[in-house]
Design a protein around this ligand. Structure first.
Ligand code: DP6
Length: 359
């Protein structure tokens, strides 16, 4: 291959996901194995997604990566684990159109360039690492002609960022914590696809697009080491909630879905407060949003909107249908008018969605 001049490129787009039953705490830091199962909804790629182009060429002399146009280091264990795992699964590639022929054994000596863009704020509690690592693993797998399915790829993406494993599927997705020491059974499965409950509308109220102060990774490490609530949550509470949530999704029971989603978000933030030093991800605006939704839900015969907050102050609001979503927008604009002290940075509206393969 020496002296050859060619570039092979693949582009893929992966949406982010938002957990309705949260992952918080690892039992293995290196392999990223969680202390409980979690369930999430995958968002519409038009609004919150990562687009990644990966390229390979004999003229590249090292692996390199650019995130939102700025070069970042690939030296960290998470990137290295993902690259190693995908390389180990690389197969022969024959692209007659471009005159590219790569034998399985050549991949050891070839280097990749990776360019990744988020169409939403990075590290502001909008699960940017989830979309990022899912897209990285997916696009590399296509580039290297790996034969693994999305479930196998999810176990690799997990090693980049835990929540990333759930972004390999659309609809509602469960990350099974698994039992094996090597983590091969800690992977994602699709519970229901994006068409199953398509009345739901997701609105993200961007309270702040600033980068969060405590990363999920270090926050959950502190919680595992210091929070008594976390063990109780992982062992006693979440397993029961997972069973009930799966049932609520299957039967499209919005009342039960809302009760579980809100309770789990609140318990996750209670666990953060129970951590030493305490972690505050939500702010006054987040708390006011919760009160507003709770009051509204209680004034109706059945709940209209579920809320959930990840490791940041931004609200993910899931409306039962388009009518509820329109009413919600009205309320948000009334109670949180733009350009006031309590304003929101932005709104993002979208539906649930499916992974798009642009490769
Ligand atoms: C609050 O997946 O970002 O969003 O595995 O250390 O990369 P690492 O953490 P990350 O944590 C996500 C935490 C959460 C809940 C969730 O998505 O389930």
């Amino acid at each position: 291959m020496a002296g050859e001049k060619w570039v092979r490129m693949v582009t893929a787009q992966t949406p982010t996901n938002i957990a309705v039953i949260k992952y918080w705490g690892k039992r293995d830091e290196n392999l990223i194995l969680p202390v409980n199962d979690s369930i999430s909804v995958t968002l519409d790629p038009a609004h919150l997604c990562t687009t990644t182009t990966v390229a390979v060429s004999p003229s590249f002399d090292q692996d390199r990566m650019w995130l939102n146009g700025k070069e970042v280091s690939l030296a960290g264990a998470r990137y290295q684990n993902c690259l190693r795992e995908i390389r180990a699964r690389a197969c022969d590639v024959e692209d007659e159109e471009k005159g590219v022929k790569i034998a399985k054994k050549d991949w050891e000596n070839l280097h990749v360039h990776i360019a990744s863009y988020n169409n939403f704020p990075t590290a502001a509690g909008l699960a940017s690492s989830a979309a990022g690592f899912a897209c990285l693993v997916f696009s590399l797998a296509k580039l290297m002609n790996a034969k693994e399915d999305n479930s196998d790829l999810s176990a690799i993406a997990r090693q980049g960022s835990g929540s990333a494993c759930r972004s390999l599927f659309g609809g509602f997705v469960k990350w099974i914590m698994g039992e094996a020491k090597d983590g091969h059974d800690s992977r994602a499965v699709q519970l229901v696809d994006e068409k199953h409950w398509d009345e739901l509308v997701i609105i993200i109220a961007v309270v702040s697009s600033r980068q969060k102060e405590t990363s999920s990774t270090s926050g959950m490490q502190d919680s595992v080491n210091t929070s008594l609530l976390l063990e109780h949550r992982a062992k006693e509470i979440v397993p029961k909630r997972i069973v009930r949530m799966e049932e609520a999704l299957k039967t499209k029971d919005f009342g039960s879905f809302t009760e579980l989603t809100c309770a789990d978000s609140n318990q996750f933030h209670a666990t953060c407060l129970d951590t030493s030093p305490p972690i505050f991800y939500m702010n006054d605006t987040s708390h006011r949003l919760i009160s507003c939704v709770e009051k509204w839900n209680r004034s109706e015969a059945t709940p209209q909107v579920a809320y959930t907050f990840d490791a940041g102050p931004n609200a993910v609001l899931i409306a039962r249908n388009r009518k509820a979503a329109a009413q919600l927008m009205q309320k948000l604009l009334f109670y949180f008018p733009p350009n006031s002290d309590a304003d929101l940075d932005n709104y993002v509206i979208g539906d649930k969605s499916i992974l798009k393969d642009a490769g």
